[in-house]
Ligand binder design. Structure first.
Ligand code: SAH
Length: 278
């Protein structure tokens, strides 16, 4: 069934079925580290490849956002390590995570590094890949369903639409310097659609930038909290009302913010939509 699936394995050196590799040092780990997307919510949005890797893993190093029902798919005895940034104290938590991954991989264990959503988006993947390369450890990347996809599904909208927006921006509200800077002029144009990650605290800042660049105060802004989870909630508001609506809603879970996209009208009647009637 899966014989014709092709994907890049970033191998340091991998012996094929008919290749004897006597020169391979014994200390080199036999298994590539799998950098796996867990998707936005429950186990039913995992890929089959992610499932197989989790089931076969000796060690799963997971983000705080990964749901318990996904971790429950690991075999009994699998070493589950929570690598949420908080757990590591203030001094360079990413280095501690990198050391955890390379340390386990060096023992020859099957290591799965499990990240929320898709690991290729806002997941510090490059830092972990650089650490693996520096340690001469092979890896593979397994994509996942990103929060923007799950949030679009929740509001019943397409992320692109003929005649509305021919492209989509995926942006972060925060970067290492604080609130992230973006092309505000382009984002302010009518019809632009952007998916903002990690933007709950950036609402007032982004609102100010967009208004300054001429965006309409009526531009729809939609937040989806806990997308694809049982406690999913939708907050439909406008650019003008966004910060106040956010304060009122007191969202506590992870939230994806859409600029330029409102829930499909029929969705506005479902109970988890908090409608802002300005
Ligand atoms: N790699 C992840 C994103 C990591 S950044 C992905 O592809 O989805 C973390 C941010 O993702 C959160 O601050 C939030 O903006 C968003 N996010 C992650 N899971 C989410 C969910 N279930 N619902 C809404 N937003 C989510």
């Amino acid at each position: 069934l899966c014989g014709n699936i092709s994907y890049i394995r970033h191998e340091v050196k991998q012996p094929g079925p008919d290749t004897a590799m006597p020169s391979q040092p014994a200390s080199r780990p036999a298994h590539p580290v799998a950098l796996v997307g867990a998707g936005p919510g429950g186990a039913d949005l995992l890929t089959l490849r992610a499932l197989r890797l989790i089931e076969a893993a000796d060690v799963v190093i997971h983000d705080r956002l990964v749901a318990p029902d996904i971790l429950a798919l690991a075999r009994p005895g699998t070493h589950l390590v929570a690598a949420g940034k908080e757990g590591f104290g203030p001094s360079n938590p990413q280095e501690a995570i990198n050391a955890l991954i390379t340390g386990h991989a060096r023992t020859g264990a099957r290591v799965v590094r499990l990240k929320g959503g898709d690991p290729v988006l806002f997941g510090r993947l490059d830092e972990e890949i650089a650490a693996l390369e520096a340690a001469d450890i092979a890896y593979e990347i397994v994509p996942g369903v990103t929060a923007a996809s799950a949030a679009a599904a929740a509001i019943g909208q397409s992320l692109t639409s003929r005649g509305r927006n021919s492209g989509l921006r995926l942006l972060t509200g925060h970067d290492m310097q604080g609130f992230a800077d973006h092309d505000w002029r382009a984002l302010s144009r009518p019809g632009e659609v952007a998916a903002l990650y990690m933007a709950k605290r950036a609402a007032r800042y982004v609102q100010g930038r967009l208004m300054m660049h001429g965006a309409s105060p009526d531009t729809p802004v939609t937040l989806v909290e806990n997308a694809a989870r049982p406690d999913e909630r939708i907050l439909a508001t406008t650019l003008a009302d966004w910060p106040a609506a956010l304060t009122d809603a007191a969202l506590s879970g992870p939230a994806l913010t859409f600029l330029g996209l409102a829930p499909r009208a029929a969705r506005a009647e479902i109970p988890n939509v908090i409608q802002e009637l300005a």
